[in-house]
Design a protein around this ligand. Structure first.
Ligand SMILES: [Zn+2]
Length: 432
């Protein structure tokens, strides 16, 4: 099946915008009526529901931040009584106070419907076996995907994160056709399969990867697709929005964001909207969520937005590849560096393995960045002189892209830590 719901997925942009406008007006009216948080926030900004008539009026509304969710912990931003909540998810949050997301029956349905459309866009459907290796439980990845897979009538294998050799044997035995996990974990599964003498490309039915929850580069995608013989699709979504929601389509050029349920903006450093296609921070307004509606929520992800009809026939806007998060950015001697830029350089060098780690430290007054890079076995067996040349070559290529010096340290394959979830690519010793 090519579309889950062709009527809505191919709705002309103009009609989608009219629908968004209607839903935005209702959202703001409801926020005044049912959300003490938004009533107060809008009230102190001098805004009444009548001020929001068109999509352009969105600019008048103040932003919502992650700190708002923390400040109102646990459920101060909810718009429905607890009796209507059918599920909680909680994100641990590295900074201490967790954020709690609640769902009504309808919220779960909208979430699964979004995923049903997305998974169908990745050419999955009845007959497919989807191995969900995202974490289950309070994290939204596992259960979110799980409901989406069931909705399209495919078979879900709810294995969760970890037990990597079991991932490989069940993938083989149960005929898994799609893996849903982080890209770095799929690379690790590939390594473990190799050590078990299982060639994923020829000995399993795996043909699709639904990969996300961490930024990854196009070069990583190329590697994953070539090594495992699959099509790897990017997935986007955060717990505040519900969880994983949107994926790429067969065009693999941008992530379709379902505009009937979510209203997206890209803003610059000053909070002003940028031109279509220009990079900035993603801001999301939920148009259908009941339990925890969010209005102009600052996602912290750096990306761009393109709204034009896609070659797949879908008319909804596309989030282009996420470059990184505002909070992932490392500042080295005043220069902004994203781990995804480093990944992009490394993955183009054939001698470089699949894993790397960035260590930032301060020596005297100076920031020093060391990039630890695993090399392939064949590169390691080379002469020591060749390895030194490789180190220099990587350092030179990094300098050209990052405009800052990085020390490169080559290490043996298997030296750096592996993770079954988000991999920790940056160790910043300056904070300690
Ligand atoms: Zn498309």
């Amino acid at each position: 099946m090519e579309f889950w719901n062709p009527n809505i997925e191919r709705l002309p942009e103009e009609e989608l915008k009219q629908l968004q406008e209607r839903k935005l007006r209702r959202l703001v009216e409801n926020a005044f009526e049912y959300s003490s948080f938004y009533k107060e926030r809008f009230g102190s900004a001098g805004i009444s529901p009548h001020d929001i008539r068109s999509l352009e009026d969105l600019q008048k509304l103040p932003f919502t931040y992650k700190t708002d969710l923390r400040d109102t912990y646990p459920t101060g931003m909810f718009s429905v009584p607890q009796s209507q909540i059918v599920r909680f998810h909680v994100s641990s949050g590295t900074t201490g106070v967790p954020t709690v997301v609640g769902y009504t029956v309808n919220d779960i349905d909208v979430w699964s419907t979004c995923l049903a459309r997305s998974l169908t866009a990745c050419r999955l459907g009845r007959g497919d076996v989807v191995q969900v290796a995202y974490g289950y439980g309070l994290f939204t990845g596992g259960l979110g995907l799980h409901y989406g897979v069931e909705k399209i009538g495919a078979t879900v294998l709810p294995i969760g994160a970890g037990s990597t050799s079991r991932q490989v044997s069940l993938m083989k035995d149960l005929g898994t056709t799609a893996m849903a996990c982080t890209p770095s974990y799929l690379l690790h599964i590939g390594e473990v399969a190799e050590s078990m003498k299982v060639d994923i490309a020829s000995q399993t039915k795996l043909r699709v990867g639904i990969l996300g929850a961490e930024p990854w580069s196009l070069e990583s995608r190329k590697r994953i697709e070539q090594n495992l013989g699959i099509r790897a699709y990017d997935i986007y979504g955060t717990s505040e929005m519900s969880g994983p929601l949107f994926t790429e389509c067969s065009a693999q050029n941008g992530i379709h964001a379902w505009a009937d349920h979510f209203l997206l903006e890209i803003i610059d450093d000053h909070g002003r909207p940028v031109k279509q296609g220009k990079k900035g921070e993603l801001v999301v307004t939920t148009l259908s969520k009941e339990a925890l509606p969010l209005i102009r929520y600052r996602m912290g992800d750096i990306t761009s937005l393109v709204w034009e009809e896609c070659e797949c026939g879908r008319t909804h806007p596309k989030i282009m590849r996420v470059q990184g998060r505002v909070d992932d950015m490392i500042v080295i001697r005043g220069i902004n560096v994203f781990p995804s830029q480093i990944e992009s350089v490394l993955m183009q060098i054939p001698e470089v393995g699949d894993h790397f780690q960035i260590v930032v430290d301060r020596v005297g007054p100076l920031d020093v960045m060391t990039v630890k890079v695993e090399v392939t076995e064949s590169a390691l067996s080379d002469r020591i002189g060749a390895l030194m040349q490789l180190e220099e070559r990587i350092a030179k290529q990094l300098r050209e892209v990052l405009m800052v010096n990085a020390k490169v340290e080559l290490v043996e394959r298997g030296t750096l830590p592996r993770s079954s979830g988000k991999s920790q690519k940056v160790i910043d010793l300056r904070e300690v």
